[in-house]
Structure formats: C-alpha cells, structure tokens
Write a protein that binds this ligand. Structure first.
Ligand SMILES: Nc1nc2c(c(=O)[nH]1)N[C@H]1C(S)=C(S)[C@@H](COP(=O)(O)OP(=O)(O)OC[C@H]3O[C@@H](n4cnc5c(=O)[nH]c(N)nc54)[C@H](O)[C@@H]3O)O[C@H]1N2
Ligand SMILES: Nc1nc2c(c(=O)[nH]1)N[C@H]1C(S)=C(S)[C@@H](COP(=O)(O)OP(=O)(O)OC[C@H]3O[C@@H](n4cnc5c(=O)[nH]c(N)nc54)[C@H](O)[C@@H]3O)O[C@H]1N2
Ligand code: SF4
Ligand SMILES: [Mo]
Length: 715
C-alpha cells in the first residue's frame, strides 16, 4: 500500500539546523510525554515537556531531563561492531554496515535453510521504545516473512492485562484527568512519583478539594510517604484485601444494587465469595489489621467516586492476574464507574486501536511456534523445556536488555554464552546483553527517527519527529530490518515501506477511537486526543466489552480455562505460610521494583543519574537487619537456590518486616560482583497471561563474607 505524501517538499520534514521540534518520549512509562527539543546548529541542546499537553503539563521526569546527555554519551555506539574475542569477553572491532549486514544475512539464511529451519531464529524485543514504528513494524514484518519463532511479549503487563480483560473486557479504565473529581484515591501497588509522575498533579488537585490519598504497598515508597496513609500489605495478598473490602461493602449494604443488577453478571456469586473473607481472615492473609480493613471498606463505600490507580507492581506474583481482576471488581460493586474520578485504571492502552495487523503483517510468513520471553533462559539452555521444535540457534535482540531484565539471570547468561548461538544486538549502548553478541548494531534514539505513540496512562496519540540527524552511523530499527530483508532476498513490497508510510498505514486502518487522526494533523499539532470524552467514563453506563457485555464478576471464560471463575486469593508461589520449609531457609520476600533514577535497565550508564542511585542496594526493616547483624553501609549478599548478588545494606523502617527491597535494574558491569537482582528471580509464570513473578521471590540476606553460597559459580 504505497501512499503518496501530500507534503510537496520532503525537506520540510527533515530535522532543522535550528529550531524547536516536537516529539514523544519513547519510554515504557504510562505518561508518554509530549516533548519539545531545542536544536542549535544541528545539535539537540535542550528538552522540555510540552506546556500545552494536558497530561505532560510542561515537565519531564528526572531521567528524561538527561536525554540529551544520554544521546551524546561518550559511549554511544557509533558504528557496527563485530566480535573478535571470546564470547562474552566484550572484545569487538568496528566494521562497515555492509560487512555486518552481509554476514548477519548469510548466517540467518544458513540457519533458515538448515534442517532446523527458520524457527531456530528468535527475535527478542520489548519496550526500549514503545513506538509503533521502531517497536513493532518492519521488525515484525521481517521476522514474519522469515518464518522465525514468535515471541510472547509478557515480561511486564501480561497478568494484569488478562485480569482486566476477564473482568471489564479490555485493558482500559478510568481517566486520570477525572481524578480531581475524586474524593478517595487509592494508589495500589504503584510508586506513582517514580513510575507515573504526571499522575501526581491530578492527585494533588483531588487532595486540595478534600480527597484522602492512600498508598497500599509493602514499601513506604517516596509516593507512600507523600500520601495521607500507607497500608503496608504483605506482598502478593492484594486479592484478599479487595475481598475483605467487598465483604464489608456487602455486609453493610454499601453496594450499588442498581449498578450491580444492570451492568454486572455474578453479583450474587461474588457476594457469596466475599462472605468467606471476613476482616479477620483477610487480615490474617494480608497482614493488615482487621479494623483497618473495615475502615478502608467504609471509606470506599462512602466515597462518591473513588479512583483506584492499580499498577503493574502488584501483579508480579503467582496470583497477579487474579489480584488485578479482584480489585477491578470493586468499582462495579459500588457503582463508582458512573462518576468522573471513579473507577479503576491499570492501563489505557487498549483504547489505541492502531491497525497492528497492517504494521506487523503476520500474514507475510507461515505460522510459527511461540516462545514466552520470560522463559528465555529455558529456551536457550533446555530446548526440551516445554518449548518444542528446533533449538534456538540465532537470537536477534532489540529494544531490550535480557541479560539484565529477564528472570533467572544465571540461566539466561549460560544460554547467551553458548558458542553455537549466533547473537545480534541492536542498541544505543554496549549493554550487558551486547557483551555476549556476535554483532552489535548502532540504533538511533528518539531524537533521530520517526515514530507514533499510544499511551498507557492517558488518552493522547503523539507523533515523534526526528530532531537531529542520526549520531554516528546509527540507523533506525526499521531501516536495519529493511536492509536485512533486502539482503536476504525477502521481496514482499511491504518490506520496503518507509517509516512515514507505515505511520499512515497504522492510522488509516485504525479503529473508531483513532478515526480522523492523521499524519498531516499530527504534523500540525504534535498530539491528538483519541475519540473519547474528557474525562472518559468508559463504563458509566455499562457497555463492557466482555462476551456478556457486562462486568464479569463471575467469568465463564476463566472457568473454561480451569481457573476459579470468581475472585479469590491465589497465594504467591513463595508465600511464606504456604512453603514453610523454603521460608525457613529464605525468609525475606525480595521486591526489585525500579529505582527512581532508572527506567528498567535504561539510564544506568548515565553518570549523573547513576551517582544519585549510588550503587546496588538492599533495604531491610530494622528488625530483619538486627537479627542478621547488618547495619547500614554493610556489604551484604542476597541469595536463594537460583543465585545471588551483592549489595550495600540500608536499614529502613519504611520497609515492611519480612520484605527486602533492591531498587533496580542495575547492570552487572556497575556492580562490584558483576551480578544483579535477577540472579535470584524465577522463570515462574503467573496464573493468567503467562507473565513474570519478579516479586514472588524468597531470599536470605547476610553479611557478604559469611553467607553460605550454594551457587557460587552460576554465572
Ligand atoms: N522511574 C521509572 N519509571 C518507570 C519504570 C522504571 O523502571 N523507572 N518502569 C516503567 C514500567 S516498564 C512499568 S511496568 C511501570 C511500573 O510501575 P509500577 O506499576 O508502579 O510498578 P513497580 O514499580 O514495579 O511496583 C510498584 C510498587 O508495587 C509494590 N509492590 C510489589 N509487590 C506488591 C504487592 O504484592 N502488593 C502491593 N500492593 N504492592 C506491591 C512495590 O513495592 C512498588 O512500590 O513503571 C514505568 N515507569
Ligand atoms: N527483577 C526485575 N526485573 C524486571 C523488572 C522488575 O521490576 N524487577 N521489570 C520488568 C519490566 S516491568 C519490564 S517492562 C522489563 C523491561 O525490559 P526492557 O524492555 O528490556 O527494558 P530496558 O531495560 O529499558 O531495555 C531497553 C533497551 O532498549 C534499548 N533501546 C531503546 N530504544 C531503542 C531503539 O530505538 N532501538 C534499539 N535497538 N534499542 C533501543 C535501550 O538502550 C535499552 O538497552 O524488565 C522487567 N524486568
Ligand atoms: S515521565 Fe515517563 S513519559 Fe514522561 S519523560 Fe519521563 S519516562 Fe518519559
Ligand atoms: Mo514494564
């Protein structure tokens, strides 16, 4: 589908020598900020949040305020690199693009033609950029045409997204712009000031108007510290708290009978289930006092419009899907969906009905097996481990840093170390993953390429225009895959579409919420609200996109999958009361949620940010620290049967006893022992969506020199 650009003069689209260029923050963050880049003499010099954008409101976060520094970083990859030393040694020499692409094309071609076939090739990508073009267009077309294995991209949100789908029908929810109308805000399993900072001004406006703001988190994060109240829940037990709240709501007649009758299915069944979770039982599971549960339930029931911002932190446990599903039932019980400021928001992403089929073209090649990205360790080292089909012989990594972010890092690294694995990494920097590559290819940053973005925390589409020419010889992901396709003789015309053509395709075939949004319009305005009211009340009148058209308090789809059709508490795999023997050896639940200064493993190499994050740390409750003879500043080792890493201890009353916090995600190369938190996490999958269980992780912590190290050589 070749579409003519109506813009007569293409040079009008090229980055200017001087001026201000509009763009979008590409990072995996719900805020998807609209930004302005000031360019002088062809160089980006300043960046600022768009003051007119209703969600960005003129500011960027601490990390992205350093984006210029990151873009011109002395260690930025400027040329393709070819490995010369031993695998993993990090010895590379620069080569030309021709040499790199010719060699890669011929190696991939050999594997595709071998008896193992193209499924022996595995693409591995996640959300280094969230852009529709640089994150899910020509790359997908290329691998589909090749017939490569497909990747199940579960590493972040799969469990919660499934929980929402099973309950309200899609991963959509209440509008953050309605929060000022709210009279009770629950920040549930989310560190808003770190991971969703542009939500905070809306929370403050609600508070100025009298709303109470409560954080539910095992850690008194910087967000919880700013709230009116912190509820220090035991990790992985949120469904029990939500059921305890429902128990009180039903018992005290605080439910909205009319909403339940008209817009839900299974209300009576839910009432019966909630009956089983009286405050005493809910308290014994969650560690939250029974009177607190009753008080919270009464406040929730009395509120006109309570806003629950549930985020992905609490679904990184075995029962993550069920936890989100259970919480998502609450506003249907009280009818808060009816009013601005009421409801639940996990994400807004499913509103953005771009034409993903046109972008990714799954029809270009044969069907292929699917590999779950969180089982990369298994896929590379145990081809028999439930994956089936040929061994993975080539790995092409882009927009991700699996040597740091994937669970069970010891196994992942054993896989990456395989001499017979051909690995190509596209990135801006020599990450821990790049160290294991055969070829490292320099990719452009968001300042250097085109893209168009959805958001998962608001309702605006944002265009990204390149502000500067590519740094060094960097190329956009899309162009690298376009060139590889040509070199491999893949000749479908879709493999030659340029980036602007693909933006048009994504919009031309979009669904009703994006209708009318065009490239031309976005070139004028930079961003556009999707076709929903402001604030958007998705379920004020019901209209749930489920099979029944109702909020499914009881889910026949879950029953068909052999999962409890009703909300329930599903314990974590490593729930201490359920696994007493394991808990005796490893009594602490390790949470490795993001450090304020980093975005997953991105920005760790930006000196100013890394200095503020200091070094890999492990925060412990004073009682847990004292019991182990650990003081702030002590060198500690954190370990379990899967592996270990070292950190500097900090004794912190803001941690729930029995919980440890390792702010993440450090690169191995910045850790004194070369190891990081994912040495200890497992490849376990959640109840729904096959997502990761990063925070469902029991460990022991001890002084570094004296601890028992069962897996000292597992690197
Ligand atoms: N600065 C910064 N911002 C980010 C990111 C980043 O790395 N850095 N990452 C981005 C990405 S990819 C994502 S997915 C989002 C994630 O953002 P959030 O969803 O906010 O997720 P996390 O930071 O993983 O966890 C949030 C909180 O959940 C708490 N938590 C852990 N387990 C439980 C539990 O069982 N119950 C409850 N109630 N709370 C629990 C943690 O202690 C943590 O404070 O943030 C995005 N924004
Ligand atoms: N223990 C533990 N593990 C976790 C988490 C946790 O909380 N605890 N969080 C999990 C979550 S929520 C997520 S989303 C994942 C994140 O996992 P990833 O999506 O892998 O995130 P990043 O670590 O930010 O790595 C992104 C990489 O993409 C690169 N990149 C950025 N833009 C481009 C581009 O345009 N082209 C190319 N080729 N590369 C680009 C960046 O430089 C960076 O190296 O990690 C997960 N892992
Ligand atoms: S808050 Fe999120 S979207 Fe905004 S600039 Fe920072 S990382 Fe990007
Ligand atoms: Mo994520």
């Amino acid at each position: 589908m070749a579409i003519q650009l109506p813009i007569a003069d293409d040079s009008a689209l090229a980055p200017p020598r001087d001026g201000v260029v509009r763009g979008a923050c590409p990072h995996d963050c719900p805020d998807t900020c609209a930004w302005h880049v000031t360019v002088e003499n062809g160089r980006a010099v300043r960046m600022a949040g768009d003051p007119d954008h209703p969600f960005t409101q003129g500011f960027l976060c601490a990390k992205v305020n350093r984006y210029v520094e990151r873009t011109y970083h002395a260690e930025r990859l400027l040329r393709p690199l070819k490995r010369v030393g031993a695998k993993g040694s990090g010895s590379f020499v620069p080569v030309s693009w021709d040499e790199a692409l010719d060699t890669i094309a011929s190696r991939l071609g050999e594997i595709a033609r071998s008896a193992d076939g193209p499924q022996a090739i595995l693409p591995y990508s996640y959300a280094g950029t969230m852009g529709m073009i640089q994150g899910g267009s020509m790359d997908r077309r290329f691998f589909h045409a090749l017939g490569a294995s497909r990747l199940l991209r579960t590493i972040c949100s799969a469990a919660g997204a499934a929980g929402m789908q099973m309950t309200v029908g899609a991963n959509i929810g209440a509008d953050a712009e309605g929060i000022p109308e709210s009279d009770l805000v629950l920040l549930w399993g989310t560190n808003t000031l770190t991971s969703n900072p542009h939500l905070w001004p809306f929370v403050l406006r609600a508070r100025e108007r009298g709303a109470r703001v409560i954080a539910i988190d095992p850690i008194r994060t910087r967000t919880a510290a700013q709230c009116d109240e912190w509820i220090a829940i035991r990790p992985g037990t949120d469904a029990a708290l939500a059921l305890g709240i429902m128990h009180v709501l039903f018992e005290e007649g605080l439910e909205d009978r009319d909403y339940l009758e008209r817009h839900t299915v299974g209300a009576d069944d839910l009432r019966g289930r909630a009956c089983e979770y009286g405050p005493a039982r809910a308290a014994s599971i969650t560690g939250v006092a029974p009177e607190k549960i009753v008080e919270l339930a009464r406040a929730y029931g009395a509120a006109r419009a309570a806003f629950i911002r549930v985020n992905y932190g609490l679904q990184r446990h075995a029962g993550g899907g069920m936890a989100v599903r259970t919480i998502a039932c609450l506003p249907a019980v009280t009818g808060h969906w009816r009013r601005a400021g009421g409801g639940v928001q996990l994400s807004t992403s499913a509103n953005f009905d771009f034409d993903r089929h046109a972008l990714g073209r799954p029809d270009l090649g044969p069907p292929a097996r699917t590999i779950n990205m969180i089982r990369l360790g298994d896929a590379l080292t145990r081809p028999d481990a439930g994956v089936g089909g040929p061994p993975v012989r080539a790995l092409v990594v882009y927009n991700s840093n699996p040597a740091v972010v994937a669970p069970e890092r010891g196994t992942v690294r054993r896989g990456l170390a395989r001499e017979d694995l051909f690995t190509v990494v596209l990135d801006h920097f020599r990450t821990d993953t790049a160290d294991w590559a055969d070829f490292v290819l320099p990719a452009t940053t968001q300042l250097e390429h085109w893209d168009v973005h959805l958001a998962y925390g608001h309702h605006y589409v944002t265009l990204n225009r390149p502000a500067i020419a590519p740094v060094g010889e960097a190329l956009p992901n899309s162009e690298i895959f376009r060139r590889l396709a040509a070199r491999m003789g893949l000749d479908d015309p879709a493999l030659r579409d340029d980036d602007l053509t693909m933006i048009r395709q994504a919009l031309a075939g979009a669904g009703p919420k994006l209708r009318g949004i065009t490239l031309e319009g976005l070139l004028e305005t930079g961003w556009a609200r999707i076709n929903v009211a402001a604030p958007f009340l998705p379920f004020a009148e019901g209209g749930f996109p489920t099979p029944t058209g109702k909020c499914e308090l009881r889910s026949e789809r879950l029953a068909a999958e052999g999962i409890d059709p009703l909300p329930t508490f599903t314990p974590p795999y490593e729930h201490p009361p359920a696994v007493p023997e394991l808990a005796a050896r490893y009594p602490l639940t390790l949470i490795s949620s993001p450090a304020h200064q980093f975005l997953n493993s991105t920005f760790v190499n930006v000196d100013t940010l890394r200095r503020t994050a200091r070094e890999p740390e492990c925060l412990l409750h004073p009682d847990d620290a004292a019991a182990r003879g650990i003081a702030t500043g002590a060198r500690v080792r954190v370990w379990n049967d899967r592996g270990s890493f070292e950190a500097t201890a900090r004794v912190a009353p803001e941690i729930r006893a029995g919980v440890a916090w390792a702010p993440s995600l450090w690169w191995g190369r910045y850790a004194a022992d070369g190891r990081t938190v994912n040495e200890t996490t497992s490849q376990g999958e959640t109840d729904m969506g096959r997502g990761p269980v990063f925070y469902d992780n029991l460990v022991e912590v001890g002084p570094a020199e004296s601890s028992v190290m069962p897996n000292a050589d597992r690197r």
